[in-house]
Write a protein that binds this ligand. Structure first.
Ligand SMILES: Cc1ncc(COP(=O)(O)O)c(C=O)c1O
Length: 340
């Protein structure tokens, strides 16, 4: 879908969404590059087959000098800055790669906006560009992130307009990095891609376009399967309290950190005949905050039932802990025939 809709924009998968080694290998073998947030992720992408000098961008706006030096030693050719202060670190690290200025762009229509933390307003651009020149840095272009789960595709247009306005200030048109934020549904992705394609003529033909999609590749890559390990009545009123062999401290960390609402399907031959009852799903830790679903209608469940949870690939295993001594779930891999 990416290659069809955005054929001249090279995706650099945001490893932070899911650093599963097999997923990274498959993406690398498909010609996808990587956006790394840390030096460890640079190593993971490299082990998966990426050539750091060609395939990796270190698109973390806030880094330590030591990490910049390690990324440079690994051969990473490009990073981003969003403030003059961050330029000081490039100088201290003797960074010799390319530098993109990460711009502040509208992101209110996204589930996870980033502008509170990252991005340079347009009126900072001249100062950052001067600081880069004074530090002997090679400023080659622009990056932005419209926010994760971008529900308003006009934000991509606005962001590219913002990058074009910045480019008009400095004359820098080498690279535009359109970040991530893509929703992994065909309709939403096509709408976002159309908005991006329509805005690309704001830059000259020689401009190189890259992107940092995370969720788009990771979310549909994995379903979860969980087991019911406890069922009891409620203390008041009808309904069931169910405990699963997972947790919000585990793979359902996507509820707390990523605002996701996982959907559950009972895998049982008699599922259609089970009565529906008000249900609260808890996680397996000894913690009452470990609530996965609060008071939703679900089939009446029994210990040993298995539930399928689709599209659990993004921001799940990466933020899972082993709180209470529970390890991450086993992973089973299957490559779909049409993708081989
Ligand atoms: C710098 C950067 N690039 C890319 C991404 C991936 O975003 P998404 O998963 O919304 O595509 C993130 C997410 O946090 C990010 O911080």
């Amino acid at each position: 879908m990416w290659r069809t809709e955005l054929p001249d924009i090279q995706p650099h998968y945001a490893v932070k969404a899911n650093n599963d080694p097999q997923l990274l290998r498959w993406l690398s073998a498909s010609g996808v590059g990587f956006d790394c947030a840390s030096v460890r992720e640079v190593g993971e992408a490299t082990v998966a087959g990426a050539d750091p000098r060609r395939d990796i961008i270190y698109a973390q706006p806030c880094k330590t000098v030591a990490d910049l030096q390690r990324a440079a030693a690994a051969g990473v050719p490009a990073t981003v800055v969003d403030s003059p202060e961050e330029v000081d670190k490039l100088r201290a690290a003797r960074w010799s790669g390319d530098v993109l200025i990460r711009l502040l762009v509208p992101d209110a229509g996204s589930a996870q906006p980033f502008s509170r933390k990252f991005g340079a307003p347009l009126d900072w651009v001249p100062e950052i560009a001067r600081a880069l020149a004074a530090a002997g840095q090679r400023h080659t272009g622009w990056s932005f992130h419209v926010g994760s789960v971008c529900g308003d595709v006009s934000q991509y247009r606005c962001a590219i307009e913002c990058a074009a306005a910045a480019a008009a200030m400095t004359g820098t048109t080498g690279t535009v990095d359109i970040g991530g934020g893509f929703i992994p549904g065909p309709e939403q992705f096509r709408a976002a891609a159309a908005a991006i394609r329509a805005a690309q003529p704001l830059f000259p033909r020689h401009t190189r376009w890259i992107a940092e999609p995370g969720r788009f590749f990771a979310a549909p890559a994995a379903d979860a399967e969980v087991e019911v390990i406890g069922v009891k009545r409620r203390t008041t009123g009808p309904g069931q309290r169910v405990t699963l062999d997972e947790s919000v401290y585990g793979i359902f960390s996507n509820i707390l950190f990523d605002g996701q609402r996982p959907r559950f399907r009972l895998l049982a031959p008699d599922a259609p005949r089970r009565p529906t009852t008000p249900t609260t799903l808890f996680g397996r830790t000894c913690d009452s905050a470990d609530c996965i679903v609060e008071d939703a209608p679900m089939p009446s469940l029994r210990v040993g039932d298995r539930l399928r949870v689709p599209a659990m690939g993004a921001y799940t295993v990466v933020s899972a802990s082993d709180f209470n001594g529970f390890p991450q779930p086993a992973r089973v891999y299957q490559r779909l025939p049409q993708l081989v």
